[in-house]
Design a binder for this molecule. Structure first.
Ligand code: PLP
Length: 301
């Protein structure tokens, strides 16, 4: 059995070491590309259709024609995943991504580059955040505003978010950045949406200023089902510092508690708070895996 993961590149499934992109590719040269990422839970893919819908919205926004339909992406994604699943243990799971760049100009035509690939989730590195909570730092760099480049599209150009990460990590290597939007309200981090909880009500930034995270949508739906009041609104740093609970949502984390914002502890700093805990348990019930336990088990190994 091959020990190397495979990836799909432009019509062929090849070992990752042979999955290459041209140095003339617009995705490499200009970050001119679109992607989406879901994950597996217990080796089963999560909400592939919802991720592909968002992927196609991002492609439409960027005016890139991938030359493949959603159902073709679904078929290729399952083929790549199934080829890679034997390479991970029962307790591991994959991130599963589709990527399309504007590609390479051949003659007068730009031919898109299409990639589908899997990467094991970083359970070991992130397990401590479920025990201790995430220390969030709000960097000086602001999230790109919708009138410059819509944060609702999931594009390869992450430099704005990378700058935020560099600034946060230079203060605390374990910290995660959450950027403000250009109005001074909390927006999002690289790969995560944010919620605060105050007096039992969960609030998350409005969709115009952030990516519509699939985990954010799931969390809002679960809150409705649990009878937890949830709304989208502007949240500023005062709201964050005085919140009873803060948590982030993302494909990899699902729901993960935040322990502090800019060094200021959320409530007494212990995690998870009761609303975060209820939502995390409901999330776990929905995906059929205890999402916090899957991370926490790595601390005991
Ligand atoms: N915000 C940004 C900028 C992201 O890149 C992501 C995901 O990668 C998210 C939020 C969370 O989205 P999802 O829950 O679909 O992973």
């Amino acid at each position: 059995m091959s020990k190397e993961r495979v990836a799909y590149v432009n019509g062929k499934i090849v070992p990752e070491s042979r999955a290459v992109v041209s140095i003339r590719d617009r995705g490499f040269l200009q970050g001119d590309a679109v992607f989406d990422t879901t994950r597996t839970f217990g080796h089963k893919i999560f909400m592939l259709n919802e991720h592909l819908d968002r992927f196609f919205d991002s492609l439409k926004y960027m005016r890139i024609d991938p030359g493949m339909s959603k159902s073709e992406f679904a078929r290729v994604t399952m083929e790549v995943l199934e080829a890679n699943l034997p390479l991970i243990g029962d307790d591991d799971d994959y991130w599963v991504s589709q990527r399309v760049t504007r590609g390479v100009r051949v003659g007068g035509e730009e031919l898109p580059t299409v990639v589908v690939e899997c990467l094991p989730l970083p359970f070991d590195a992130r397990a401590k955040y479920y025990r201790d909570g995430i220390p969030v730092i709000v960097p000086s760099v602001r999230r790109t505003p919708p009138d410059s480049q819509s944060p609702r599209a999931k594009v390869h150009n992450y430099v704005n978010l990378v700058q935020a990460e560099l600034e946060a990590r230079s203060q605390n290597p374990d910290a995660w950045p959450i950027l403000l939007d250009t109005n001074g309200n909390l927006a999002e981090g690289p790969g995560s949406n944010i919620f605060i909880v105050k007096d039992g009500m969960a609030v998350t930034p409005r969709e115009q200023f952030v990516l519509s995270g699939i985990s954010r949508r799931v969390t809002i739906e679960l809150a409705h089902e649990l009878g937890i009041d949830v709304r989208e609104a502007d949240i500023d740093l005062f709201d964050a510092y005085t919140a009873d609970e803060v948590f982030v949502t993302s494909t990899s984390f699902c729901i993960c508690p935040v322990s502090s914002v800019n060094g200021s502890p959320i409530s007494d700093g212990s995690v998870p708070g009761p609303v975060t805990d209820r939502l995390t348990k409901a999330y776990s019930g929905m995906v059929g895996i205890d999402v916090a336990a899957q991370y926490l088990a790595r601390l005991e190994e």
